[in-house]
Design a protein around this ligand. Structure first.
Ligand SMILES: [Zn+2]
Length: 407
């Protein structure tokens, strides 16, 4: 017999775009896990805490120190449920939730679809470590800025009438500005020389603000992004001229489909994705780290094509007994996410879920009753829960908890 609720300890990676020391929520949540061996260093930047079984940064059972994957391998029927193990054809969790603490822009990226991912993995398994796609959602824990998908075509077309940008348009003028024209523009911006990008950015910042129509943030953002990377970084042009710039508040969420262009800019978020670590980077990173611009351009998808289309709205969750839990269900079926907020002295019950779940408490104090036992809840407490376990929460101080699951 294996316990159905397993408290976990997780780890953080140290990408340079992460927040420094205790400014990083990802790192402080790792540090607050009771009994962890994670040691926070104030001079290190901490980017992402991973919760799950992806081998690059696995989670461990707090009580025994065992790798969560080893325990799932030993007890797949009890911990994953036969239906989920059969559906995904293995004992691995099909999703990977993370906490991200973002101080500056992440590389401009997309996650390849399954077809391309399996080709890239076959060719270069060191860089593309799995054959899976990676749709993802990002749920804001506070103010969150992101570039996500493309602006509507008419807005991009209007910006490209600005003198310094005209040379990115195709030389043979097409009758209509369509997605193929946009692809040409994105590709031209990504291939532009450092000199060209620097000069374009320079001239753009000297234009009067009203030249940018409603996108008056563009001239302000050029120096900000140039300081983070380099004035010659091709990502600046693509992000500012062609992509949606979103300013989200706590509880807002965006969905990134496979092949969808995105770059997160600042904030703390919960992210959840299909089990994959495949990424093509082309901007906001050193030129040497860029994956082929041609590959990037060839798979670009044109959804979302509007800031509104990027938003993933929350829904009422029918198994939330006291209505304190909202559901975020992305269109692809490998995972959904629950966000639970329980005020001082209040309680909440989440009815049985049909598959394995991972839950993290990001703030508050209280208790969880599950499978006949009681567990303390506090920030940095992370649990794996087997299928068909009802979760009874009581808060003594307002609790916020996030649960990734699959059914
Ligand atoms: Zn991503």
């Amino acid at each position: 017999m294996v316990e159905k609720v397993l408290q976990l300890k997780c780890n953080c990676n140290e990408y340079p775009w992460g927040k420094q020391g205790r400014k990083s929520l990802a790192a402080t949540l790792c540090e607050k896990t009771p009994g962890t061996d994670f040691k926070l260093d104030e001079n290190t930047t901490y980017a992402e805490m991973w919760m799950g079984t992806y081998p690059d940064l696995p989670s461990y059972i707090l009580a025994t120190g065992e790798d969560l994957q080893d325990v799932l391998d030993k007890h797949p029927d009890e911990l994953l449920g036969k239906r989920i193990a059969d559906k995904f054809n293995h004992t691995k969790l099909p999703y990977l939730p993370k906490v991200l603490s973002i101080a500056k822009a992440l590389p401009l990226q997309l996650h390849p679809n399954k077809d391309l991912a399996s080709k890239l993995h076959a060719k270069n398994p060191d860089q593309f470590t799995d054959p899976n796609h990676k749709p993802e959602i990002a749920l804001a824990l506070g103010d969150f800025e992101a570039f996500c998908g493309f602006k509507p075509l008419k807005d991009i077309e209007r910006l490209l009438q600005l003198e310094p940008l005209k040379h990115f348009l195709p030389q043979v003028k097409k009758p209509a500005f369509d997605d193929q024209t946009l692809k040409h523009v994105v590709c031209a911006m990504l291939k532009a020389s450092a000199e060209n990008v620097r000069k374009t950015n320079d001239v753009l910042t000297k234009l009067p603000k009203d030249a940018f129509g409603k996108d008056t943030y563009i001239p302000d953002m050029i120096p900000r992004l140039s300081e983070q990377y380099d004035e010659a970084d091709n990502g600046t042009l693509v992000a500012l001229i062609t992509m949606n710039y979103l300013q989200l508040k706590e509880g807002d969420s965006i969905y990134i489909p496979a092949d969808g262009i995105h770059a997160y800019l600042s904030g703390d978020i919960i992210e959840c994705m299909a089990r994959s670590n495949n990424v093509l980077n082309t901007g906001f990173c050193p030129r040497a780290d860029r994956d082929s611009v041609d590959t990037f351009c060839s798979v670009l998808t044109f959804t979302p094509h509007d800031a509104k289309e990027a938003i993933l709205s929350s829904q009422k969750f029918d198994r939330s007994k006291n209505g304190k839990t909202k559901l975020y269900a992305p269109p692809l079926s490998e995972f959904s996410m629950l966000a639970t907020t329980i005020g001082d002295g209040e309680s909440e019950t989440i009815g049985k879920l049909g598959g394995p779940t991972i839950m993290i408490v990001t703030e508050g104090e209280g208790t969880l009753k599950a499978d006949g036992k009681e567990y303390k809840l506090s920030a940095g407490y992370i649990f794996f829960v087997a299928p068909s376990v009802e979760l009874d929460f009581k808060a003594t101080k307002q609790i916020k908890a996030f649960t990734a699951f699959v059914e």
